[in-house]
Design a protein around this ligand. Structure first.
Ligand code: UP5
Ligand code: MG
Length: 255
């Protein structure tokens, strides 16, 4: 099967919360965290393969449970390609993709009072309160088995703090780096058909400002902690995906 044959996932995790990576990313790998640190260390690979083989034993239930709860954060400016690259990771490796923006838009569509508030915030390119977004993420994660790709979050230091209070210290963020000029081009093109209330030039400017002002400090914080995996998101989708896989220590059948 494609998912079983396609991936070699080299991952280490170190949070105390019991969260993990699963078998369907190719060779199984035991995890323990809300977030993961990816590495290309061969010795770690061996360790993970060993832990994978242990899944057939009586001790396997704990590592399987951990695998199903692992979380990877995917960050980048508006239109940098987070959703596109997450979809490719899902296709090749079987992750569960959770876009914080999609969850918020679903809440808007529900017509709830909270949804009305969220709609206004999104149209202004601002950030929804951490409590709301973390609650939506928790609910979504409770209904599915991971490993999870959480896209577009944490978007502020407050988001990061709220997440780490609920789960555990973050261990890794994948960051897609792209110029505002390129991001704007992509967003305006998508805006021709997306129907998204924020895909217009006025809101795009506001989103860029919010990203630079509120989200970049999170990226910098991850970098200062040594937890950032940054890639150049310019180029076509396949070129970028190859860089994503490299950064995550993943191999597809083609590579
Ligand atoms: N595209 C993608 N890759 C391409 C490539 N390599 N070459 C050429 N084109 C490429 O891609 C954007 C467009 O570019 C698409 O048309 C795609 O085909 C093309 P996409 O993959 O959708 O990029 P992405 O980074 O996901 O862009 P998105 O617009 O979703 O990013 P945002 O971060 O702005 O949006 P998000 O949905 O995460 O958030 C929206 C709003 O919700 C935020 O502004 C905020 O108000 C709110 N929000 C919160 O308040 N809190 C949160 O935690 C999350 C969101
Ligand atoms: Mg997106």
């Amino acid at each position: 099967m494609k998912l079983l044959g396609s991936a070699l996932l080299l991952v280490s995790i170190a949070c105390t919360h019991q969260l993990t990576l699963p078998t369907r990313c190719g060779r199984p790998s035991a995890q323990r965290a809300t977030c993961v640190m990816v590495t290309t260390s061969p010795s770690l690979s061996q360790t993970l393969q060993q832990s994978g083989s242990q899944r057939a034993t009586a001790d396997s239930s704990a590592s399987e449970s951990e695998a199903e709860s692992a979380v990877y954060f995917v960050m980048g400016g508006p239109g940098s390609g987070k959703g596109t690259q997450c979809a490719k990771l899902v296709e090749h490796f079987g992750f569960v993709h959770l876009s914080a923006g999609d969850l918020l838009r679903a809440e808007v569509r529900s017509g709830s009072q909270q949804g009305h508030e969220i709609a206004k915030i999104i149209e202004e390119g601002q950030i929804v309160s951490s409590e709301i977004t973390v609650a939506l993420l928790r609910n979504a994660m409770a209904q599915q088995q991971g490993p999870f790709l959480v896209d577009g979050f944490p978007r502020s230091l407050s988001n990061l703090e709220a997440f780490e209070e609920v789960f555990a210290p973050c261990r890794m963020m994948l960051y897609l780096q792209l110029s505002e000029e390129q991001m704007e081009k992509r967003l305006l093109k998508r805006g021709l058909s997306s129907g998204r209330s924020d895909d217009n030039s006025v809101t795009i400017r506001k989103r860029f400002h919010t990203f630079a002002h509120d989200s970049m400090p999170v990226v910098q914080s991850m970098e200062s902690r040594g937890l950032l995996r940054s890639i150049d998101a310019d180029g076509d989708e396949e070129q970028v995906f190859a860089r994503v896989c490299d950064a995550l220590g993943l191999k597809t059948e083609a590579s």
